[in-house]
Design a binder for this molecule. Structure first.
Ligand SMILES: NC(=O)c1ccc[n+]([C@@H]2O[C@H](COP(=O)([O-])OP(=O)(O)OC[C@H]3O[C@@H](n4cnc5c(N)ncnc54)[C@H](O)[C@@H]3O)[C@@H](O)[C@H]2O)c1
Length: 190
């Protein structure tokens, strides 16, 4: 699997640097943080594609559901896909995000981003996840890719989440780990 190059990330963040594309494991294992609508479906679909997936949530009931091969949400075919993933040994779940980061190569972030009291986007779940991800990085020296799946205002990924991970882990974005975002066409920056 190829990750996005630091040049591209730098293009997004408006900085300049140079580094070649890196290659990570051909069949990377994936942690999915947040097992709500986005995360539960991602976990099922990624396992359906043959990837090893560890689902992570602070809600132990959702984790128990996934471990039992049941969907924590209503979605057609999701029970079946999760059941197959668990039976095939491709799907696991935990509340321990630090350990899940240590045990995987790629982390999808799909925690909730509710509306805050001021009407803006509440980033607190993203920030908590970023701190745990950074803690995980302290325990590993292998390149890791983080994929932001949340709907967030432009800039939050690179200006908010990435610095928290750097500060917590002591590692450098673009060198030791990569942060990218699945962005909608209307978003100019991640
Ligand atoms: N639901 C959709 O159709 C949809 C579509 C596009 C984008 N999104 C975006 O995707 C993101 C997730 O949406 P959702 O609908 O799946 O949310 P959700 O509220 O259904 O699920 C979020 C999950 O994250 C968990 N969580 C919160 N903090 C955590 C942490 N620190 N570590 C681990 N788990 C944590 C919560 O317990 C919850 O289970 C949001 O930003 C949302 O705007 C959602």
């Amino acid at each position: 699997m190829f990750d996005l190059s630091p040049q591209f990330i730098d293009h997004l963040s408006g900085q300049t640097a140079f580094a070649p594309l890196r290659v990570i494991d051909e069949n990377p294992s994936i942690s999915v943080v947040g097992l709500g609508y986005v995360g539960a479906v991602s976990t099922a679909c990624l396992s359906g594609l043959g990837y090893n997936v560890i689902g992570v949530d602070i809600d132990a009931d959702k984790v128990d559901c996934i471990v039992d091969g049941k969907s924590p949400i209503h979605e057609q075919d999701l029970d079946r896909l999760l059941r197959e993933g668990v039976d095939n040994g491709l799907v696991a779940a935990t509340t321990n995000l630090v350990q899940a980061v240590v045990d995987t190569d790629v982390t999808f972030v799909s925690v909730g981003t509710p509306t805050g009291p001021d009407g803006g986007c509440d980033h607190s779940y993203i920030e908590a996840a970023a701190r745990a991800i950074g803690e995980g990085f302290k325990h590993k020296n292998v390149f890791h890719v983080i994929v932001m799946r949340c709907s967030i205002p432009p800039g939050v990924t690179m200006n908010d989440m990435a610095p928290i991970i750097e500060e917590t882990s002591g590692k450098v974005a673009g060198l030791d780990f990569l942060v990218c975002a699945l962005i909608r066409n209307s978003y100019a920056k991640a």
